[in-house]
Design a protein around this ligand. Structure first.
Ligand code: GTP
Ligand code: SPV
Ligand code: MN
Length: 597
């Protein structure tokens, strides 16, 4: 097909050559509804990227950062009311309410469409409508899926260009396949009272209005690659998950791929880019993905993962040469920062970084009375290939075979440093039991413990009961299922200090996990699963408080009994949809706890 050239059309455009008719028709409908001044078909070239950045700069929406220390980097300040995902305004609109489940807010599709179309009517007057074709996953992978986002935000286009395989190749794939996810987005007036993120999984479509931020507006990410994709995955026999994927090679040359699901701002990017501690020379860690994984049974009976994304939208605070030197180096050039502070010499700044903030994330002179200098959910957007530990396998059409799946949460108490599920079925219970303290990634209170099964509470596009059933079905779909583990890097002592150093030292835990996979590591059987004894973890060079490791590896039997009671209530909220197998697993766990005293 002919390659459409970059072009911006006036309000009565002809569609560029080569655009599939299904896309052209939909763009026409949206143009009639939203009445933009111009239509811009994105091709994904670097010239297009540079032109959009220049335009945003000239309008004062992007600020160029110090060119000597942060070449080609920019700062974007979003509206102070628009700095995180809005779970309370995010809906799954299925014909039957039960299909969305108690885990989602629900609205009838007809009502949701009416509500959204009223908001979209005329909303792009005087603005440019951008058509953004994208491919989630390697462009030649059978596991990849395409979408088109229509947006009136050039900032969104720039982000989508960094985060996805965006432009002409994606449009060509859509022309071949004829199927794509339709995402319609407008920043509207950024009025929190006129802000909704609606998903129509049965129609493979998304409508998002009133926010320009991250997961609300970059529709390829949480809206498509998790909410819509999880629905498709259930129908088609695969899984769309909130997981990093990492390749780990031991000094002996054994290599394993591990996927890990942690809730938002609970350490996926950091584990995905881990740098081995000095006491573990010869270990190599490479990043396949750091936020989302699509998992498919492969021809050999193993579970294969692709990273549908092509860039990272990572948490800035806490990123330093000590915690994550890979990330620190990665974002020194060609990076878009959102809601960070700046220093007097115009470098980006966030809590945990060296230097002193001069201007806070809202553009005011920094004053500690106003809270942190950088917003706690300030982020960087960067191409994945800038990651020094980027795995070449991330571009492989087949994906990588998983040896382990790790679940985790941010819990100051109870959940030990690591434990291993007894088998796949028990592993599904362990995943469904994930609970974590809320973070700044979503609006609302921070630090409140909540249930977040498989780290998918905000992202599963259908009823959790059905979702757990689907997870259980992989016992039969896979001849060699990955082993399942649970970790917690966030245990605290009475003074609120972390008991475990985390970051690079998490490889010590992964070493035990890998040795379990290879059948080499000792473990003790506990009521919650298999665990290492303190002596089973490499502690050379670790600076732990006396008794900390024992505490990190202790099973608090009474605490777990209460925990399982809460889990039973949680599973019961999904009524008949909750698979019986989970209740049976839970009962067996309680029996083991009773036997332990
Ligand atoms: P999303 O992009 O929101 O999905 O987050 P994420 O899961 O990728 O979290 P990320 O790796 O960005 O970490 C979030 C915050 O937790 C950052 O401030 C990190 O510095 C901090 N963090 C990450 N790993 C660890 C760890 O092992 N220990 C401790 N104490 N903090 C960590
Ligand atoms: C998350 O909140 O889990 C993120 C950031 O990864 S956002 O893209 O805003 O969803
Ligand atoms: Mn995430």
């Amino acid at each position: 097909m002919a390659t459409p050239s970059p072009r911006t059309q006036d309000s009565q455009p002809s569609i560029p050559a080569g655009v599939p008719p299904v896309v052209a028709r939909w763009v026409d409908e949206v143009r009639a509804l939203t009445q933009p001044a111009r239509v811009h078909w994105c091709t994904g070239t670097s010239a297009e990227h540079d032109a959009l950045v220049a335009e945003l700069e000239s309008r004062g929406e992007l600020q160029r950062l110090d060119a000597a220390t942060f070449p080609n980097c920019h700062l974007y300040r979003s509206d102070p009311s628009d700095v995180a995902r809005v779970e309370h305004l995010t809906f799954v609109c299925t014909k039957h309410r039960d299909d969305a489940g108690p885990n989602n807010l629900w609205m009838a599709p007809g009502e949701a469409h009416r509500k959204m179309d009223d908001l979209f009517r005329g909303c792009m007057k005087g603005r440019t409508l951008y058509v953004v074709p994208y491919c989630m996953g390697p462009i030649d992978s059978p596991y990849s899926r395409c979408g088109v986002e229509i947006t009136d935000s050039a900032y969104v286009v720039v982000n989508m260009g960094l985060m996805t395989r965006m432009g002409t190749p994606a449009l060509e794939r859509i022309a071949r396949e004829g199927r794509f996810v339709k995402g319609l987005h407008s920043t509207g007036e950024l009025d929190p009272n006129r802000r909704f993120i609606m998903h129509f999984p049965e129609e493979l479509s998304i409508k998002s209005f009133g926010s320009g931020y991250g997961g609300n507006a970059l529709l390829g990410k949480k809206c498509h690659a998790l909410r819509i994709a999880s629905w498709q995955a259930r129908d088609e026999g695969w899984l769309a998950e909130h997981m990093l994927v990492v390749g780990i090679e031991s000094p002996r040359g054994e290599k394993h791929y591990v996927a890990a699901a942690f809730p938002s701002a609970c350490g996926k990017t950091n584990l995905g880019m881990l740098i081995p501690p000095a006491t573990m020379p010869g270990w190599k860690v490479t990043t396949v993905g750091e936020d989302i994984a699509w998992l498919h049974p492969g021809p050999d009976g193993r579970l294969y993962a692709i990273n549908p994304e092509n860039g990272y939208f990572g948490v800035a605070p806490g990123t330093s040469p000590k915690t994550n030197k890979n990330a620190y180096d990665m974002i020194r050039h060609d990076t878009l920062f959102t809601n960070v502070a700046v220093t007097a010499d115009n470098q980006p700044w966030w809590e945990g970084r060296e230097g002193t903030p001069a201007i806070d994330w809202q553009g005011r002179p920094y004053d500690s009375k106003n809270g942190p200098a950088a917003h706690p959910n300030s982020r960087f957007t960067v191409r994945a290939k800038q990651n020094p530990s980027y795995a070449a396998e991330a571009d492989m059409a087949t994906g990588v075979p998983l040896s382990a799946i790790v679940f985790g949460g941010r819990r100051r108490s109870l959940a030990p440093l690591v434990y291993e599920a007894r088998n796949w079925r028990h592993g599904v219970l362990v995943g469904s039991s994930v609970a974590s303290e809320t973070t700044a990634a979503a609006t609302g209170a921070v630090g409140v413990l909540r249930r977040d099964p498989m780290a998918m509470k905000p992202f599963a596009g259908y009823n959790f009961g059905d979702y757990w059933r689907h997870w259980l079905s992989f016992e039969h779909r896979l001849k060699h299922p990955p082993k399942v583990f649970h970790v917690n890097w966030f245990r605290q002592d009475a003074a609120g200090k972390f008991l475990w150093p985390g970051f690079g030292d998490n490889l010590r835990v992964l070493e035990w996990i890998l040795a379990r996979i290879d059948g080499r590591a000792p473990a003790r059987e506990t009521p919650i699963g298999y665990m290492p004894s303190p002596a089973d973890l490499r502690t050379e060079g670790l600076d732990l408080a006396p008794g900390a490791l024992e505490e990190l590896l202790r099973v608090d039997v009474a605490g777990w009994r209460t925990e399982y009671g809460g889990l039973r209530e949680h599973l019961a909220e999904y009524g008949d949809r909750t698979p019986k197998e989970l209740a049976i697993e839970l009962d067996q766990g309680l029996e083991r706890l009773d036997a332990a005293g």
